[in-house]
Write a protein of this length. Structure first.
Length: 236
């Protein structure tokens, strides 16, 4: 019997957690990979382990499918990136028209490294939480970018590489709704309590939608999505 498998790019945030749950629902074997690239919100790396442990404990039907977790360190990316995610600088729109949270080449590198890892692990399907609907203007989150990259990786590895993005065309309210569809209140509660999205790495302020500063673009998207999903109730 053929065993279906996937490698999920897992940051410990809301989006990648929903993508991980989606993969666990659809595949027989799922592994995860995270990246330490000098990000300002490195607290997300701690969230990864909390989420993985919680998924195993609260969802026994997924625990048997959840395989090895991998952590890859890419210090050069942080060293060459003068952005608000790798430097203690203000988050704003830059002269290029992109937000200063844009890390050039980040997703391209992530998928390239993930594809190399997947080649060794026998995992040809790569799953990421990129989204065009409310993606903050990042060009490496576009579907055209990622599907073109999948073709290049397939050619470069001489093996089929598929990139899946379950959230590509849904907004944050839809992401909360998908989480509930996949795992009910238990998964929503896990995302609220254990995942991390805030660009500033704030774990001191607890809101209805989770932890964060409440003012950075990532918190704003998460809070507004929560409010829309819950029928317009106040985000806090």
């Amino acid at each position: 019997m053929t065993v279906s498998s996937a490698l999920v790019l897992f940051s410990g945030g809301q989006d990648s957690t929903v993508c991980l749950a989606s993969a666990l629902q659809r595949y027989d074997r799922v592994e995860t990979v995270g990246f330490h690239y000098g990000q300002r919100h490195a607290v997300e790396l701690e969230a990864r382990q909390r989420v993985l442990e919680a998924l195993r404990a609260k969802f026994p039907q997924w625990a048997a499918k959840l395989g090895d977790d991998h952590m890859l360190t890419l210090p050069a990316l942080g060293a060459i990136s003068d952005t608000s995610l790798t430097r203690d600088t203000e988050i704003q729109m830059s002269a290029s028209g992109l937000p200063t949270t844009f890390v050039p080449g980040r997703n391209l590198l992530f998928f390239t490294y993930a594809a190399a890892l997947g080649w060794r692990r026998g995992l040809s399907t790569l799953v990421g939480g990129m989204c065009e609907t409310d993606y903050s203007g990042y060009p490496d989150c576009r579907n055209d970018t990622l599907q073109t990259l999948a073709k290049a990786l397939s050619l470069g590895l001489d093996a089929s590489v598929t990139i899946e993005t379950p959230l590509m065309y849904i907004d944050k309210a839809g992401t909360w709704a998908l989480a509930h569809e996949l795992g009910g209140d238990a998964l929503v509660d896990l995302i609220v309590e254990d995942t991390h999205t805030c660009y500033l790495g704030d774990r001191t302020h607890r809101h209805a939608w989770g932890y964060g500063c409440g003012t950075c673009p990532a918190c704003d998207l998460r809070a507004n999505g929560w409010a829309q999903w819950r029928g317009g109730e106040l985000a806090d």
